[in-house]
Design a binder for this molecule. Structure first.
Ligand SMILES: Nc1nc2c(ncn2[C@@H]2O[C@H](COP(=O)(O)OP(=O)(O)O)[C@@H](O)[C@H]2O)c(=O)[nH]1
Ligand SMILES: [Mg+2]
Ligand SMILES: [Zn+2]
Length: 216
């Protein structure tokens, strides 16, 4: 019985995901779902990404997912970026219906990309499609090079892996080959980037990869 309930929720979520994609495609807005552990550097990466996109004339909006509070949304808003804070009241992932409810808050004529910061968690955010065109997993160097092996679904379902805090690699036992090999083993098409989000190093490569999406 329990399994059946879970399937129903997922099916309903999937309909909502499909509707969202249709609406976003009509408006030519790209949605990116950023996932990773608490503290992996999601907000910092998003801020750097927004700046780099702005340089090539692409305007962003952000949906900040958090269990509680609005610290990250305040950080984004202080940069003059349209942002909505989504509090999940304890839930450990975002579902498509929440995104659908938030979408009317944005003027989709003025933005080309919506960046969603998912709840900090390497597990269930990967299970739920939320209307996004791309799923991006962030994994920071200090988290350890065994995380792909431990949380394979996250990397299986992501279009890209960004190794964040790359500036710290010399301070940790960090086996890059292990991360790369294990990520490619579960997802041969995954794109891998390396970033120091505080300086913006490496974020340019990620933007170059995104760019074709905006010419459609
Ligand atoms: N050295 C370094 N620190 C980073 C980097 N990205 C984020 N941080 C720091 O890591 C901490 C958590 O970052 P945050 O973006 O809030 O992570 P989030 O919880 O995933 O949104 C903050 O103190 C950031 O300044 C990075 O690329 N290099
Ligand atoms: Mg954050
Ligand atoms: Zn969850």
């Amino acid at each position: 019985m329990e399994i059946k309930v879970v399937r129903q929720i997922l099916e309903w979520n999937q309909n909502c995901h499909d509707e969202l994609q249709e609406e976003l495609n009509k408006k030519k807005v790209v949605m990116i779902n950023i996932m990773g552990s608490p503290g992996a550097g999601k907000t910092t990466f998003i801020l750097s990404l927004i700046n780099k996109l702005k340089e090539i004339g692409i305007n962003s909006a952000v949906i900040e997912g958090d269990v509680a509070g609005q610290i990250d949304a305040e950080t984004i808003a202080s940069q003059g970026i349209p942002v909505v804070q989504l509090n999940t009241d304890g839930a450990c992932h975002i579902e498509a219906m929440s995104i659908k409810n938030i979408l009317p808050e944005f003027n989709l004529e003025d933005i080309q990309v919506i960046i969603v910061e998912n709840i900090g968690n390497l597990v269930c955010p990967a299970e739920f499609d939320i209307g996004e065109h791309l799923k991006v997993a962030l994994l920071s160097v200090p988290e350890g090079d065994d995380k792909v092996n431990k949380y394979p679904l996250m990397f299986m379902r992501s279009n890209a892996l960004v190794i964040t805090k790359y500036d710290m690699k010399d301070y940790f036992d960090y086996n890059e080959k292990r991360i790369m090999d294990e990520a490619k083993a579960v997802n041969k098409d995954i794109r891998i980037f390396k970033a120091d989000s505080r300086k913006g190093t490496g974020v340019q490569d990620f933007v170059a990869w995104l760019r074709p999406l905006f010419n459609k």
